[in-house]
Design a protein around this ligand. Structure first.
Ligand SMILES: *Cc1c(COP(=O)(O)O)cnc(C)c1O
Length: 380
């Protein structure tokens, strides 16, 4: 079905990637479990061997592409077994020995592991923080600029259009890790990026039950490189996960709107607390990221971060929550929170909390958080 560019986000989400209706066929065909397909004669596609292509991926890739770039038939999407598989596919398919890449210094915590591998392959890795468009200063001569905005977990933001313009001038490609925003919050391809990359483990699928990732891009040559990488590495999603993801996309707009609304309500409630410092949410009008975020984001995401007074205080708070699970990851319909410093990878203080806001009733959620803060603040 042709996706019309003027559809609203909710309409697009419920229809994304559906095949033309056929009598006696389901709306969204079920997962196709196949290692190989009947293939007499010349071995030409679309479906030959299960590591190369699968009809369930095809529908999901179409759906994600319609959300990433509504009305743009040229966009190509490649789905992966996880967000890291998608990230690695772009980095390792586009970079070779002697190239330089600019990564965020404050991005996803597995990026330092990727850095070590890139360097082992003879690729020069430069880093700079996301805030203040600081990566511009180390762009000269780079082949690829990697952005993560808002950054995870610090929630700093950079100006994607400005970074793209500078990268064009320097002859560099631009990739944006769009995990936190989802395509309903931000459309990197429309802002000029070459690649929009995401972990769909988070808000895109939103139930905390599958790992998945994708890469979307408009240039057929770049897309072919990413697709080739998936084929040789074999970082492919299972058909069941791909189908579950497609099913989950139908509620994307409902979930994201509810979660973003809840995140703003929570941030507002936290902003007047004396026991909370370093509060960050790009949707708060006085957040340092707000102005830049407003110029490129349509929704501000479901993650709020803040600092409590040390490790014990943070742990008492997490223990006292009833509606919020102490767990990592974010973007799910059930709120989770964690003391981010327990992983050791991020440059955050011991009392730093990353809070992933779910789809609970806002009054219940805010009340639970305020009650837990009160309990955690009592003398022990
Ligand atoms: C979770 C996450 C990833 C990694 O995704 P996986 O699906 O866990 O492999 C990458 N980038 C960001 C911003 C993330 O939050």
């Amino acid at each position: 079905m042709e996706a019309l560019p003027d559809w609203g986000d909710g309409t697009r989400a419920v229809r994304a990637g559906l095949p033309e209706p056929r009598k006696y066929e389901p709306t969204l065909p079920g997962p196709v479990f196949a290692a190989h397909f009947h293939l007499p004669g010349e071995p030409t596609g679309p479906y030959t061997y299960g590591r190369d292509e699968n009809p369930t991926w095809t529908l999901l890739e179409r759906a994600v592409g319609e959300l990433e770039a509504p009305g743009d038939d040229a966009v190509e999407t490649v789905v992966f077994a996880s967000g890291m598989a998608a990230i690695s596919a772009v980095l390792f398919s586009q970079l070779k020995a002697g190239d330089a890449v600019v990564l965020p210094a404050d991005g996803y915590q597995a990026l330092p592991l990727v850095r070590a591998q890139l360097e082992a392959y003879g690729i020069e890795v430069r880093t700079a923080p996301t805030g203040g468009d600081a990566q511009l200063a180390v762009l000269d001569g780079a082949r690829l600029l990697w952005l993560e905005t808002p950054s995870n977990p610090g929630l700093d933001v950079c100006d994607i259009r400005r970074m793209v313009a500078a990268a064009r001038g320097a002859g560099a490609l631009v990739a944006v890790d769009n995990t936190l925003a989802t395509p309903l919050g931000q459309r990197p391809l429309a802002l000029g990026a070459d690649f929009s990359v995401a972990s769909d483990t988070k808000g895109m699928t939103g139930h905390g039950d599958i790992l998945l990732g994708h890469v979307a891009c408009r240039d057929p040559g770049l897309a072919a490189g990413v697709r080739h990488w998936r084929k040789i590495v074999g970082a492919i999603p299972g058909p069941m996960e791909a189908w579950l993801a497609h099913r989950s996309l139908a509620t994307l707009q409902l979930r994201i709107d509810r979660q973003c609304g809840n995140a703003l309500a929570l941030a507002r409630a936290l902003s007047v607390r004396d026991d909370v410092t370093g509060l960050r949410y790009p949707g708060l009008p006085d957040d340092p990221s707000h102005e830049t975020a407003s110029g490129q984001m349509r929704r501000f995401g479901s993650v709020v971060s803040f600092i409590l007074d040390g490790r014990e205080h943070a742990e008492r708070f997490l223990d006292a929550l009833r509606l919020v699970d102490d767990a990592t990851s974010f973007g799910g319909v059930r709120s989770t929170a964690e003391r981010r410093g327990r992983w050791g990878g991020d440059a955050v203080p011991p009392g730093f909390i990353r809070f992933s806001v779910g789809a609970e009733d806002p009054d219940d959620l805010v009340a639970d958080v305020l009650r837990a803060l009160d309990a955690a603040g009592e003398r022990h």
